[in-house]
Design a protein around this ligand. Structure first.
Ligand SMILES: [Fe+2]
Length: 296
């Protein structure tokens, strides 16, 4: 989390002049101050409760987002640019749990606050930790030249890595103001690939409902076939296809719905459509279009 604060402060610093032109600099400085304070609290002697840490991180993230929105700042373009400029590489074993892009209760009544809290703070966090551990262990194996446990750590890296990346997408492709249908190029492509939005929705719902055990339904773009496809993943990584780009992902592990829906997975899926953030799915689809591979 300290690294997360560090990255945000570094990006604000790197783009200081540009941000000042379009933003209210007083508020921007206040926000920077809050991030620094939070960082100090994290490093302080009194340990903060884990719930409290994520509560505060989410609050800061939302304030930053709200600030940019109020100042008519095109967040997605600028964020992309900021990320490119920082040219950030995740160090080995240095993955972090991203804060939710909304409050824990933002998706109610469709997904309870309690589910979101456990799902994000406990389950997603454990995937991040598992991935970091696997990467570190494999680094050790390389330096000691002892690969006796390589099969185990490769499996751990695949399971936890897929879990971390899928959850990171999952939080962003839901929104309290979501639901309805996509528009633009993504809608056109859905019509082309599946016949109609209704056919796509039925196919995706059935794929999600029929995942055996914990897993996912995933809408992917295939730069090779140049079509959208619907895949299932058992656990996080099994049954997935390489060489494709996930656009929309639906978590159907019991931890995603059981507290609220018990064994009624279908009811959870039907309600989930009401919070799909199609704007983010469209952004992911448009970005994926930049990848052009030889059709084979
Ligand atoms: Fe999950």
């Amino acid at each position: 989390m300290r690294q997360w604060c560090e990255d945000i402060l570094e990006n604000l610093h790197l783009n200081h002049d540009e941000l000042r032109e379009t933003n209210n600099s007083v508020t921007l400085d206040e926000l920077k101050e809050k991030f620094i304070q939070f960082q100090e609290e994290l490093s302080g002697e009194d340990p903060i409760e884990i719930n409290e840490i994520y509560e505060q991180a989410n609050e800061l993230y939302l304030q930053l987002e709200d600030h940019f929105e109020r100042n008519d700042y095109n967040i997605s373009d600028k964020t992309d640019r900021i990320q490119n400029q920082a040219d950030h590489v995740v160090p080995i074993g240095g993955h972090i749990l991203p804060p939710l892009p909304y409050r824990y209760d933002a998706l109610q009544p469709y997904i309870d606050k309690e589910i979101m809290r456990i799902h994000h703070d406990k389950h997603h966090k454990s995937y991040v930790e598992g991935l970091n551990k696997a990467e570190k262990e494999m680094e050790k194996a390389r330096s000691s030249n002892n690969f006796d446990l390589i099969k185990h750590w490769e499996r751990e890296a695949a399971f936890n890595g897929a879990g971390h990346y899928l959850h990171t997408i999952f939080w962003t492709i839901m929104s309290p103001s979501g639901g309805g249908q996509p528009s633009g190029m993504l809608l056109q492509q859905i019509n082309q690939s599946f016949g109609s939005f209704e056919k796509f929705k039925k196919h995706f719902t059935e794929a999600a409902n029929n995942v055996e055990g914990g897993g996912w339904a995933i809408l992917v773009w295939s730069p090779r076939s140049r079509r959208l496809e619907i895949l299932q993943a058992e656990k996080h990584q099994n049954l997935s296809q390489w060489d494709v780009v996930p656009i929309l992902v639906l978590d159907v592990w019991e931890h995603a719905y059981y507290l609220q829906y018990k064994n009624e997975r279908k009811k959870y899926i039907d309600n989930w459509w009401k919070i799909v953030n199609w704007k983010e799915a469209e952004r992911r689809y448009n970005e994926a279009q930049k990848l052009k591979w030889q059709p084979l």
